[in-house]
Design a protein around this ligand. Structure first.
Ligand code: NDP
Length: 242
């Protein structure tokens, strides 16, 4: 699977932390070239220290529509796009503010729309787009009202783009993990009183590993999924059947 991606050019958002960072490292190990989108200089330097031949860093805050448009101009042709950056603000419904709502919608869906539209002319025919969604798109969790809505919107966008871009042989899919213990996952699920009841509903009795998400993304980017289009790949250890 990873050998399919040798010398391919893949743009990854949220590339400086968590799942995105692990994905960049894996892609570089597979001899792919990565356009890594981050918003902090420190993360940019850290990525360049991994491999400045294979990693090109783009510094931009995805909340800023026009800045994203300007920054992504002039990039090389792309074989893949991974819309990975995300924000989770988990609070009871009555405590969520307008700012909380906008912060999540701005990054989790509006920026995906914007980045994808901005790089569309750069995507080679036959390219693959992978959106990092969540099991929360289709299952309810306390405190996740706004976050879940962003990911449901992302699954919808995934399907609509699969339809519209299919004639160019561009495939569009999503991965939908359950909890992954990155900073985001740890911030929201470290308390055993909260995680225990969820784990009891996952037949494999554990959360998803970062590498398992990376492997799911790699599959959808590679030719091994050449007839998979418009799907979301649930990575939830059987939670959906429990
Ligand atoms: P992290 O919080 O570790 O990483 C999120 C990434 O998104 C960071 O690199 C962050 O940058 C970036 N990001 C957030 N806002 C912006 C912005 N305005 N502009 C540019 N970059 C931004 O979380 P994960 O790695 O866990 O999350 C990756 C994806 O996986 C997300 O889409 C998330 O919703 C999804 N997911 C995560 C799960 C989990 O339990 N962890 C479960 C299911 C799905 P910075 O470091 O600068 O903040």
């Amino acid at each position: 699977m990873w050998s399919d991606l040798s010398e391919k050019v893949i743009l990854v958002t949220g590339a400086g932390a968590g799942i995105g960072h692990a994905l960049v490292s894996q892609l570089v190990s597979a001899n792919a070239k990565v356009i890594a989108v981050v918003r902090s200089e420190a993360q940019a330097q850290q990525l360049l220290a991994i491999d400045k031949e294979r990693i090109q860093v783009v510094l931009v805050d995805l909340k800023h529509w026009q800045a994203v448009r300007e920054t992504l101009k002039g990039l090389p042709k792309l074989d893949g796009l991974v819309n990975n950056a995300g924000v989770a603000i988990i609070k009871p419904f009555e405590q969520l503010t307008e700012q909380d709502f906008d912060a999540q919608f701005d990054v989790n869906i509006k920026a995906v729309f914007n980045v994808t539209q901005a790089v569309l002319p750069l995507l080679r025919d036959g390219a693959s787009i992978v959106n990092v969604s969540s099991i929360a798109a289709t299952r309810s969790f306390a405190g996740h009202t706004a976050y879940s809505a962003t990911k449901a919107a992302l699954d919808s966008l995934t399907q609509s783009l699969a339809l519209e871009l299919g004639p160019r042989k561009i495939r569009v899919n999503a991965v939908n993990p359950t909890v992954v213990l990155t900073k985001m996952g740890a911030d929201n699920w470290s308390d055993p009183a909260k995680s225990g009841p969820l784990l009891a509903h996952i037949p494999l009795r554990r959360f998803c590993e970062v590498q398992e998400v990376v492997d799911g993304i790699g599959y959808l980017l590679s030719n091994k999924s050449s007839f998979v289009n418009g799907h979301h790949l649930n990575l939830e250890g059987g939670y959906a059947v429990s």
